[in-house]
Design a protein around this ligand. Sequence first.
Ligand code: ATP
Length: 300
Amino acid sequence: MIEVTNLTKEFENLEAIKGLTLNVNKGSIYGLLGSNGAGKTTLLKTLAGIYQEDGGKVTIDGKRVFENEELKQRVVYISDALYFFSSYTIEDMAKFYRGIYIRWNENRFRQLQKVFNLDFNKKIHKLSKGMQRQVAIWLSLSMMPDVLILDEPLDGLDSVMRQKVKNLLIQEVADREVTIIISSHNLRELEDLCDHVGILHEGTLVLEKDLDELKQDIHKIQVVFKEQPSKDRLEKMNLLYQESRGSVQLYIVKGNKAKVMEQFKEFQPIIVDVLPLTLEEIFIYEMGDIGYAIENIVFE
Ligand SMILES: Nc1ncnc2c1ncn2[C@@H]1O[C@H](COP(=O)(O)OP(=O)(O)OP(=O)(O)O)[C@@H](O)[C@H]1O
């Protein structure tokens, strides 16, 4: 369990993280979204114990991460800016980590070669950027971490490899209850991977949601009325948005689905349908509800 309590982190005069509180449960995949400069890397580096907190506290399983060598054996961080020793091959790098990480699993490392299909003896510096990212993920998974902190790990991977990596991460959670926190600029990228999503903006968490709950709680209703109900009656519902398309009315409504449908049926409509909502739409309407324009933050 990752616990961040009232965290602040400053660089000279800049407050990169401003009193942020966040919890990630064991076996959960938490997506951290935000635009450039939102503070994602700063937060992840503090979680990984690379930066020291200026205020507040970051703990994993109740233990402070900073300067905790024992805990760092179980917490693996992949930076958005990768670093490998020059002239090292994949095999050399594995040997290096084998000496550092006591949980290193050689079998796992050999098995994963089949997924990534890269030559053990290739010099990492001679690989493409996307391939280097694959190597970083491959090595990290061989360290058998309990917590994986991933800074934009899918960046630069082709779509087949992106899906493979997502599957591997989901498998880690299913098999070993690994806890994963993963940053991205793009909600669509994380939609099928994460169970929780937090949106970071200017160093604060502006929205945090359980994705399953979110999808159950908000509905897009398309309806044709015999007679348009009065504004008063409609406003009794928790409407986030409404739009008129000729005789068809479109409503985004929050609440229990059966109850929402019951309310619409009371108006004896000619047609009433529930349409699927994408996560992107849900976020836009939800954020609209709290007076914040999200489009520019997490959709590209
Ligand atoms: N080492 C540093 N020294 C000074 N300022 C820094 C440092 N690292 C980050 N910052 C500043 O802190 C703020 C947050 O940066 P951070 O890298 O955490 O954002 P980010 O959300 O990861 O952005 P991106 O999506 O562009 O990677 C920015 O204003 C950045 O300029």
